[in-house]
Design a protein around this ligand. Structure first.
Ligand code: GLY
Length: 258
């Protein structure tokens, strides 16, 4: 969760055989091919390693079909990790293995009831955070985040119920920039924080990117978004994401960076 230049490590988790049962209630229609999902996940890990990220890969958890989406389980700031209480109660059992791995390097802070928060609703931009109030993240969860990152500022934004997480529809492709669709998150919150690049609604999924300096990991198949990013001087690294998207997952969902 540091600035991209400082990211050194990532935790990811392998694709379980049970992945076909992963939750898909938003933009995904349900995964159909575990082998393809594994190929796409492996390509993602290889891409991270290509950016010199030291990747720790946790073994899959067959009891938890969504376990590849580790981002939701923790928020890292400097040498501390906030262990979230996922807004999807059935996913909370994914957390112990992730907490153990983070605990090797970081001090751990546990979120308490009644807070719920998914890491997918937490976006760092410069020296502040944006938290999405969503079907997964409540006001108490946002307050727990605020307490955790203080004195850094946290801005709240309402996520429409037909979208999963803030980062399903908005990420930052670079310092001072946000990427969001033209039809959502229009209450002015984003514009108060940064320059907002708006893309067509049909390319909403393409708003989830991961930046390493001027190089950006993007999902394959969003040509307008890609062209806009290239005009801003970014070098794009597209990845096939169909089987990850099918379970309502995006690029950022697959890692905890620190
Ligand atoms: N399938 C990812 C999630 O629902 O959290």
């Amino acid at each position: 969760m540091r600035h991209s230049e400082a990211i050194a490590r990532a935790i990811v988790r392998g694709v379980p055989n049970s992945y076909l049962q992963a939750t898909a209630r938003y933009f995904g229609s349900g995964p159909t091919d575990v082998s393809d999902a594994r190929r796409q996940h492996s390509a993602y890990i290889a891409a991270l390693r290509g950016f010199d990220i030291d990747v720790t890969e946790l073994v899959p958890d067959e009891e938890h079909p969504d376990c590849i989406f580790v981002e939701d389980l923790a928020v890292v700031l400097d040498d501390r990790a906030l262990l979230t209480r996922s807004g999807h109660a059935a996913r909370r059992g994914e957390q112990p293995a992730v907490a153990a791995a983070l605990g090797n390097d970081l001090d751990l802070v546990e979120m308490e009831m009644p807070g719920t928060l998914d890491g997918g609703d937490v976006l760092r931009i410069g020296d502040c955070f944006v938290v999405g109030l969503s079907t997964r993240t409540n006001l108490a969860g946002a307050q727990a985040l605020r307490d955790f990152v203080a004195p850094l500022l946290v801005h709240e934004i309402a996520i429409p119920d037909d979208h999963l997480h803030l980062k399903s529809i908005c990420t930052s492709p670079g310092e001072g920039l946000l990427l969001a669709p033209e039809h959502a998150l229009l209450d002015g919150t984003l514009e108060n924080i940064a320059e907002v690049i708006r893309v067509p609604a049909a390319e909403t999924y393409g708003c989830n990117v991961i930046v390493f300096g001027n190089k950006v990991l993007v999902a394959m198949g969003y040509p307008v978004t890609h062209s806009i990013l290239e005009q801003h001087g970014f070098q794009l690294h597209p990845l096939e994401m169909s089987q990850i998207r099918a379970a309502d997952g995006s690029l950022t969902c697959l890692s905890i960076f620190y």
